[in-house]
Design a binder for this molecule. Structure first.
Ligand code: GRF
Length: 208
């Protein structure tokens, strides 16, 4: 039976689109079952609907606490029978309750080579720092920001003439390849988490 994937977004949703398209194309053996967004009217919602994937909005401002909001998210994903969750530009931390409900089955994508440049504006900070290589990280989510075991990393070159926009665009292109690859690997059953390490067994590439 193929994996059932729920995706959490807050905005543009381009990584969500890349994931959904890869699943629809059969490049990832999984089914996108529900897209949940915490921001009403976010552009990603229309994109998800256009791809024929069910959507739901759970506005965090309608809930008294993060725990209450996250309980609703768990309820929505359980109703959709999701067994994996991908964060794709979801701009909030998850509570312990959510993490426990999908233990070791939550992925996030970050636009830098973690542990460098966690948090917001990672691309701009990499450029300002003067690194020659930055990149993309897909990792399992734990209770700390941009912190859990790393599943896939891809380098992106920083060019002499790059503006922040140039670098963001080049990183985003890499994100759109790395995230489906990481999801394919995750749902393949070949990944085992040992402490900080996500071990792939047998070693090798993830995509067909
Ligand atoms: C991406 O750069 C992702 O790495 C970060 O937030 C951005 C989301 O973009 N976590 P999009 O909504 O997927 O287009």
């Amino acid at each position: 039976m193929s994996a059932r994937v729920g995706i959490l977004i807050s905005g543009r949703g381009s990584n969500m689109v890349a994931l959904v398209q890869a699943m629809i194309a059969g490049e990832v053996e999984a089914e996108p079952v529900l897209i949940v967004c915490n921001v009403p009217g976010a552009p990603g919602l229309e994109k998800a609907a256009a791809l024929g994937v069910p959507t739901a909005v759970a506005d965090h401002r309608d809930f008294p606490s993060r725990e209450d909001h996250d309980r609703r998210l768990v309820e929505l994903f359980r109703e959709a029978e999701a067994d994996w969750i991908c964060l794709a530009g979801y701009m909030r931390m998850l509570s312990p309750g959510f993490l426990a409900a999908f233990k070791d089955r939550i992925l996030n994508i970050h636009p830098a080579l973690l542990p460098s440049f966690p948090g917001l504006q990672a691309q701009q900070r990499a450029l300002e720092w003067g690194v020659k290589v930055t990149g993309v990280t897909v990792h399992f989510v734990d209770e700390e920001l941009d912190h859990g075991p790393i599943l896939v990393q891809r380098p992106v070159e920083v060019r002499e003439e790059d503006t922040v926009e140039d670098l963001e665009a080049r990183i985003l292109e890499t994100e759109h390849k790395a995230y489906p690859e990481a999801l394919a690997l995750a749902v393949s059953g070949r990944v085992r988490i040992e402490g900080r390490r996500a071990r792939v067994d047998p070693p090798g590439p993830s995509v067909k």
